[in-house]
Structure formats: structure tokens, C-alpha cells
Design a protein around this ligand. Structure first.
Ligand SMILES: [Zn+2]
Ligand SMILES: [Zn+2]
Length: 355
């Protein structure tokens, strides 16, 4: 039996973008990760930045505060890349034969395979997770990234890099819509017009038919309308008690009140946005008497292949989603654009393969 070899596994140093201290991003020279059993080396082609990366930058992320993510931290958890080298046994246990040249997306959560949750098939709830670009595993904002082969999904040829880069946020959206059992005939409200909100609008416009949107930014509301939202509302303006499914994708603490107010009897709320402050004044009795269910959506670890298929089938699009793609060296410009409320689209990306 011939095993694949580590031929072609580069050595030396690489450029990586890191948060070096609170509010400071920087380019570092780091050693290229060495071959390891079951792992492959990937060259990231596009790395999407999101609110979580901003929290890493500002030092407000829970991973930073509880010491799991020490600086310097090479971030980047939403990415597409190309396999450049494969360690000898990296083909086992993945179901996919990975070869140099394959385009792949990486799973953010790397489950341990050995805890109670993993043994019960609930990898999403693993007790010993590592998360790429967050804690326990270098992120993709670098010239190279070493990943376990089992945590990669191969990107079909007809899915563009810009689309593949959006797979990571989209898996959480799909997980949320499954948890709330979104179905044809449901009246859906999406709160938030960032990446998650707009992906939710795209999917629910197909899955349910009738979707409205709540947002605070003109560009985002206009994009949501183009993607199929029937009505666009400012916070507090959507009709009370009207919706079967509400997706809270803004992460703003007061938005949860709006979600609750708009949900009808027997309705379901998918809380996807991560509110960093407590939501005061929530009446649990209101949830009880109206039979409303709230689901906290952690991630969609088992949805990557399905989301790739949705992009392949054109049920999801990257059009209107990406404000700009910048080379790694312009990481601080990328973060500045990500915080500019007037940007034309929610997602800002880095291209670590650009010269
Ligand atoms: Zn993200
Ligand atoms: Zn586990």
C-alpha cells in the first residue's frame, strides 16, 4: 500500500495577521506549521471577518477574557483555502480523499471525538472543543494553516471562493432554521441585516416564502429587500404577535424584546446574534402563556456539506454580501472597514494569497 507523502510540505516562515494586544492588529512572521498525523496544510484564499473578530480585536470576547485566547492571536474562522500538502495518514476518517490542489472550507469547531457529547453524536456540544482562529487553534489569516483532515469539507468546482467563504456563517443560520422547524407557510421575521441576517433572509425566503426584516442600516435593509424580504422595518415597528419564526441575528440586547414582541402564539425564536449584555425586563410568563420557544443556536457543525450544496444550487448567493477583499498586509484597514456602518455590504475579507 502506498501512503501519500508529505512531499511538498513547505518549511520556513510565513506571514500571519494577528491581534497583538487590545485594539492592535499586526503582521507577524511565524514558522510554517510542521506536518502532524491526520492533518493537512492549507493555503487560505479568502478569510471573512465578523463581529467575533472585532471582539477579539477589542479584547471583549469571552475567549480573551477567560484566558483561552492569549495574544498574539492569529484570527480567521470563516475561510476557503487550497490544500498544499497532506500528512501521511490524513486521508483516514474523513470520508473524503484530500489531495493537494483541493479547495476546502474548514470547520470552526474541532470536536475532541472522545467526550460524552461526542460519543452521543452531538459534536456541536463537545466539552473539549478547539475553535479555529478563536482558541486552541491558529486561524486562517495567514499564508498557511494546518487543519485536521476530518474538519474540512471539499468545495465543489462551481462554488466561487466568495461563496465558500460564507459557508461558515451560513451553517449556523441553517442550524437555527432547522431547530425552529422553519417550514413553508411560516411567517418569518429576521432581525439584523449583517451577514447572518442577510443569509437568513435568503434562506427563509425560499424555505418559508414570507419573510420580513428589521434593521438600522439603509444598505442592509435595501439588500434584504433585493434578497426577498417583503417588508423592511426599523426596530420596534414590525407588527406585534405576527410571526411564527423570528431569527434574532443582530446581537443587540434590546432586539430580543422586539423578537419576543413580534412572535405569535406558539412561535419559535432562533437567537443567533451573541448579545454581550443582559436583556433586562424579560417576562418569562409572557413566554409561557404564549407558548413561545427560544432556541440558542451555538453553531452548525454538521451543516457544512449541506450549505455547500445550497450555494451550488444557487439557493444562496454571495452577491451583495461582500464590501471588499484586502490583502493580509492591510488588516487594520479591513478592521476599520468592518466597523464602518456605512459600508456597502456586511462582510469584509482578507486574501492571504495576494502578493
Ligand atoms: Zn464569524
Ligand atoms: Zn468532544
Amino acid at each position: 500500500m502506498t501512503l501519500p507523502t508529505t512531499t511538498g510540505w513547505p518549511t520556513g516562515t510565513m506571514r500571519a495577521a494577528a491581534v497583538a494586544a487590545p485594539h492592535v492588529s499586526k503582521i507577524l512572521d511565524l514558522p510554517i506549521p510542521a506536518p502532524a498525523p491526520g492533518e493537512v496544510l492549507v493555503q487560505p484564499l479568502r478569510v471573512g471577518l465578523c463581529g467575533t473578530d472585532l471582539e477579539l480585536l477589542h479584547g471583549t470576547a469571552s475567549y480573551v477574557r477567560d484566558g483561552r485566547a492569549p495574544y498574539p492571536l492569529v484570527f480567521g474562522h470563516e475561510w476557503v483555502g487550497r490544500v498544499v500538502a497532506v500528512a501521511p495518514d490524513a486521508e483516514r476518517g474523513t470520508g473524503a480523499r484530500l489531495r493537494a490542489g483541493d479547495r476546502v472550507v474548514g470547520h470552526t469547531m474541532i470536536s475532541c471525538g472522545d467526550c460524552r457529547a461526542c460519543h452521543r453524536g452531538r459534536r456541536n456540544e463537545c466539552a473539549a472543543l478547539r475553535e479555529v482562529g478563536l482558541y486552541g487553534q491558529q486561524g486562517a489569516a495567514a499564508q498557511y494553516l494546518r487543519m485536521p483532515a476530518r474538519a474540512l469539507s471539499v468545495v465543489p468546482e462551481d462554488v466561487q471562493d466568495a461563496e465558500a467563504m460564507l459557508v461558515e456563517p451560513a451553517v449556523t443560520v441553517l442550524e437555527g432554521l432547522e431547530r425552529v422547524r422553519c417550514a413553508p407557510g411560516d411567517r418569518v421575521l429576521v432581525i439584523g441585516t449583517g451577514t447572518i441576517g442577510l443569509l437568513a433572509v435568503q434562506l427563509t425566503a425560499r424555505m418559508a416564502g414570507a419573510v420580513d426584516v428589521v434593521g438600522v442600516e439603509d444598505n442592509g435593509l435595501a439588500t434584504a429587500r433585493r434578497m426577498g424580504a417583503r417588508h423592511a422595518f426599523l426596530p420596534g415597528e414590525a407588527p406585534a404577535g405576527h410571526y411564527d419564526v423570528v431569527v434574532e441575528a443582530s446581537g443587540a440586547a434590546p432586539a430580543f424584546h422586539d423578537a419576543l414582541r413580534c412572535t405569535g402564539v406558539g412561535g419559535r425564536i432562533a437567537a443567533v446574534g451573541v448579545a454581550t449584555e443582559p436583556v433586562d425586563g424579560v417576562h418569562i410568563g409572557e413566554l409561557v402563556l404564549r407558548g413561545v420557544t427560544v432556541h440558542g443556536i451555538r453553531h452548525g457543525l454538521d451543516q457544512y456539506d449541506r450549505v455547500l450544496k445550497l450555494f451550488q444550487d444557487k439557493a444562496l448567493t454571495a452577491e451583495g454580501m461582500i464590501a471588499d477583499v484586502l490583502p493580509l498586509e492591510r488588516v487594520s484597514d479591513a478592521f476599520a472597514l468592518l466597523q464602518d456602518a456605512g459600508r456597502t455590504a456586511p462582510k469584509v475579507a482578507l486574501d492571504p494569497s495576494a502578493p
